[in-house]
Design a binder for this molecule. Structure first.
Ligand SMILES: [Zn+2]
Length: 93
């Protein structure tokens, strides 16, 4: 297992990071539809997967085999902190 990074919240095979947005013109909360832009966060989702063998990138960086995190197929949402937490996969609503 990869070491847990404290800036993420772990939730089954997914992990989530919340960052507060300042001075962004966005459409409000994507979860509840509220158009109020105050106190809005962006939530990044990453999924755990197992890399079978090392991958060498074009710039010679090596991605080691093992448990890795990917954003492939994951969604980032904007909205209220409470709404985003409820929208996480594996969280009982
Ligand atoms: Zn909301």
């Amino acid at each position: 297992m990869t070491k847990k990074d404290k800036s993420w919240n772990y939730c089954g095979n997914y992990r989530y990071k919340l960052q507060k947005l300042f001075g962004w013109t966005i459409k409000g909360c994507e979860v509840c539809g509220d158009k109020n832009n105050e106190d809005v966060y962006i939530q990044t989702e990453e999924r755990k997967y197992f890399l079978q063998k090392d991958i060498v990138l074009k710039n010679d960086t090596i991605i080691k085999a093992g448990w890795r995190w990917t954003r492939h197929g994951c969604i980032s949402l904007y909205g209220h902190k409470e709404c985003l937490i409820k929208a996480r996969k594996g969280v009982t609503k």
